[in-house]
Write a protein that binds this ligand. Sequence first.
Ligand code: ATP
Ligand code: RIB
Length: 307
Amino acid sequence: MSKAVVFGSCVVDMMARGPHLPTPGETVKGSYFHMGPGGKGFNQCVAAHRAGCDVTMVGKLGDDELSSVHLGLMRRLGMDTSHMLTAADAPTGCALVAVDENTGQNQILIATGANMTFTQEDVEACRPLLEQSDYVMLQLEVNQEANEQVARMAEECGCKVILNTAPWSPVSDEMLGPTWMVTPNEVEAEGATGIAVTDLESACKAADAFHAKGVEAVVITLGSRGVFVSAAGKQQIVPAWHVDAVDTTGAGDSFNGALLCALTEGKPVEEAVRFANALAAVKVTHLGSAEAMPTREEVDAFLAANA
Ligand code: ATP
Ligand code: RIB
């Protein structure tokens, strides 16, 4: 099994559930509150770790009480904290997560804080880690120039870049050039290519637009409809599993972390996508973000029960 790095965001999720999501100006009485570690990068790293991946998190927290939320879970799970950085003058990132208890859908507002303060020196310090790793996973929840620097450096080190284009913001050609795989959802795929992804044909066109920029593998997540994958000249939709979703927060992150894990195990892209699809299906039956990521045993049991 090879090694992986997740370079990305750490955000404390303040999650409340209620009968529906608030509309602008509305206050909704909720039923449940939980504070826990989240952030797309952190969720992906925990998902990969719990699935059995040898993965290191590079993240940045504030010099404040909330930083213990992430560090505490990492220590409990036996994760390496030596590449967790502290920002001198920005707080730990924080998100207000509202979850509709009927549909499992969410609405998220993030104060990004320390996640936007990665310096050139912070990134340069990751070089030895990238030299020892085969894959690095990035998202768009940290400052863009740091991501671009990591992507360039990873290419120099022979470490494959997987870019999860979430939360959506425009992606430069400098970023896509060194990227080996992209994993947008439908909205992000349309944002990046201008092509609305509604069916297999439009997904193929969107994938071709990414391929034309030098990206080898394109994986578009389609929520409860599953995943589109375009790799090694083959394009197909892998349907989602039918489960009773209670919380889709971090569904994309669980998928990405699982994909990373399966790739480090040497699985071909299509097989890795099938494993990630199953792990994400189990995740949406759990409430929460990083703490709700399934274990490998759970996913294996799910696959065995549904074979
Ligand atoms: P989020 O931003 O909420 O993390 P996303 O938009 O990045 O999500 P989605 O495309 O919604 O990502 O979901 C990612 C993957 O999770 C899907 O491709 C699928 O494998 C799985 N998934 C999501 N929702 C469901 C569901 N209701 N039932 C089964 N699997 C699901
Ligand atoms: O993808 C879910 C994550 O997005 C949440 O954990 C929240 O922190 C936001 O970053």
